[in-house]
Design a protein. Structure first.
Length: 130
């Protein structure tokens, strides 16, 4: 099993985000790397989540991102909240055995962890580009 912050797990999470990124309804732009994708996802999340506030200095990023993802945004496929298994996705990302995978008995905990890992990597990539 990989640790959530291991280099390999981070690379797999980046691939997971890239594979589930669907910008077709948002832009015609072609994205050349993960950093551009991360910035675009975060900017879209902020504009959709905080459009009525005008100022998002006082937001709770992780909690608000989780709320946004659970609403199934079309920009990022987060169907693990609806019809896919976050437990299975986490097991793939962290290269878990069936025994390690069986420790997740609550799907909502797996959804929460997967979303937190996605948000962590998006934020890291967006701030790395500044």
């Amino acid at each position: 099993m990989l640790r959530t912050n291991s280099r390999k797990a981070v690379e797999i999470i980046h691939g997971y985000i890239t594979d589930n990124f669907t910008p077709e309804n948002y832009t015609d732009k072609n994205f050349s790397d993960f950093f551009e994708i991360a910035a675009f996802i975060l900017n879209t999340f902020r504009s959709e989540k905080y459009s009525d506030l005008g100022d998002f200095r006082y937001y709770n990023g992780n909690e608000d991102f989780t709320d946004w993802c659970s609403g199934l945004p079309s920009l990022l496929d987060t169907c693990y909240y609806y019809n896919c298994s976050a437990i299975d996705d986490l097991a793939t990302i962290l290269e878990q055995t069936e025994t390690e995978k069986a420790r997740y008995t609550d799907e909502s905990k797996a959804e929460e962890l997967l979303t937190a890992l996605i948000y962590r990597e998006l934020r890291k990539a967006a701030t790395a580009r500044r």
